[in-house]
Design a protein. Structure first.
Lengths: 205, 205
DNA sequence: GTTTGCGGCATACCGCCGGTATGGAGCACA
DNA sequence: TGTGCTCCATACCGGCGGTATGCCGCAAAC
């Protein structure tokens, strides 16, 4: 790692590092205090720079939020892809994906920045676009795989995937806010599984 | 209606009227521009008063939002109760309730204030409490009725109701944002119905 | 009818925060 | 060694949530 990045000049190294520090600081503060209650001065302080640096790298508070959003989503998606593309049949991989996604939703950063504040801060349309490239895209792909494998009967993929995605994130929110997360997690998984099994319908295997 | 309210003094009539005007103005502006982009001066102007009046009736912006929230929810709940307590068996009433709720979710005020910004502005815990007294309470009660009538097999009511509620509101959001709401509405209803039918499971009738 | 109290609201003002304008420091390239 | 451009700091502005203060008029007390 010491001699890496030798391709680019030292100057852009510094710049990248500053930008990353700003994003990290933003993720932390947005997660802890929410978008509205987080001041840009605080974000800059957390990255040990001033607002001038922040406005050099980002056009404004919204753009900073979107950068934080992308950072969280990228990390999460990378992990989920591993789970969903593992060994086993389509059904097993899907169920494994459900478990994996619920786990992801338990992380405070994902829950607050991506699920809760994302649609409000970015606007629902833009949030929807962004989601297509990340975790929702995975849910949709998994559902398509299930249909292609004949595990569940054909249905409007886009709509079903959206509704399922909503059910999943809602479930994860329940778990995170429950007094007994262990128990709540089991119940949520059972509920989602029951829904999927119900869709298995006519001739599953 | 002319001689109504004769019990209370003219002064409190004025006060109530002012308060209602503020809430109405808040509902309109929060719906159109969202919480963050709505200034209290604008709300006051919309009610043809000043910020002094606003702060006399409400402790701050959050309290004003909650008043708007309650106003929207009250109107909606009243309508939904009519639908759910209509004639017919438990299953029919439930399906009718689903259709009714999806319709409710199509109203911009309900969608933006209650579903989208509510959890963010009020905080998820407080939003959850408030919801118990309104539309979520209805979903839960309907689900309980279904179980009691033996239409679907027993399951953890609270969790299932929450997940179902999430699926419903997500579905409504899809419809509202779809290029062809007619078609999207049909698909969402079909999806939710299929989920519920899947739960009907073992031996309903 | 006069006085007194107080609820209902307007006006003026403060501090914080998002955003902008400006300038300086240092690397790259000629 | 100039020259330009990237990267960032400093200083400042305007808007908005929130507060302090005071007036106006109804209503009860006498």
């Amino acid at each position: 790692m010491t001699t890496a990045r030798s391709e680019q000049s030292r100057r852009v190294d510094y710049s990248e590092s500053t930008r990353n520090a700003l994003v990290d600081s933003a993720v932390t503060l947005f997660t802890d205090n929410g978008y509205a209650a987080t001041s840009l001065d605080a974000v800059a302080r957390g990255a040990r720079v001033t607002k001038g640096a922040l406005y050099h790298h980002f056009s404004g508070k919204q753009a900073l939020f979107e950068a934080a959003f992308d950072a969280v989503e990228s990390a999460v998606s990378a992990r989920l892809v591993q789970v969903v593309t593992g060994p086993g049949g389509a059904w097993e991989r899907a169920m494994e994906g459900v478990r994996g996604y619920v786990n992801v939703c338990l992380e405070p950063s994902y829950q607050r920045i991506v699920i809760h504040e994302g649609p409000v801060v970015m606007g629902w349309d833009r949030w929807r676009e962004a989601e297509d490239r990340f975790s929702f895209g995975l849910v949709r792909a998994t559902l398509e795989a299930l249909i292609e494998a004949g595990e569940i009967e054909a249905l409007p993929v886009e709509t079903t995937a959206r509704v399922l995605f909503g059910a999943l994130s809602t479930g994860a929110t329940i778990i995170a806010g429950a007094p007994d997360p262990e128990r709540a997690g089991a119940e949520v998984l059972l509920t989602i599984e029951r829904v999927l099994v119900g869709m298995r319908a006519a001739g599953p295997r």
